[in-house]
Ligand binder design. Structure first.
Ligand code: 5GP
Ligand code: ZN
Length: 115
């Protein structure tokens, strides 16, 4: 738990959110400002500031996030057409909340390159 981290507060349930999945390692919530018909944030319970701060101890959590994303995509019926899993890393990557998370986006097609 990091002071003044909104995702730590959401994980501690000190701040409300729409939880779509939770286990001992991660929480998945609806994004407050969705960029697609399905926009879920998959957030590890451990406070890791960004992908740039990752280390060997975090391998299990990060692998688990991929599996949760894959399962949620099926449950939310976006797996058949396909979807996008995004991490924004630090300022130039577009990161605004400095507690690592992945965006699971689906329900419409996405362009590549992202711009
Ligand atoms: P980033 O830009 O760091 O990759 O993504 C942060 C995401 O968190 C944004 O898509 C933003 O809409 C979402 N977000 C910011 N504050 C809150 C909040 O309090 N609750 C929820 N559910 N999402 C939030
Ligand atoms: Zn945090």
């Amino acid at each position: 738990m990091a002071d003044d981290c909104i995702f730590c507060k959401i994980i501690a349930k000190d701040m409300p959110s729409k939880i779509v999945y939770e286990d001992d390692k991660v929480m998945a919530i609806e994004d407050i400002n969705p960029a697609a018909p399905v926009h879920i944030l998959i957030i590890p319970k451990k406070h890791i500031p960004s992908l740039d701060a990752l280390n060997e101890d975090d391998l299990n959590i990060m692998g688990h996030i991929q599996l949760v994303a894959s399962r949620l995509a099926r449950e939310l019926k976006i797996a058949e057409n396909g979807y996008r899993l995004v991490n924004n890393c630090k300022e130039w990557g577009g990161q605004t909340v400095f507690h690592i998370h992945y965006h699971l986006l689906g329900g419409r097609p996405f362009a590549w390159p992202p711009g």
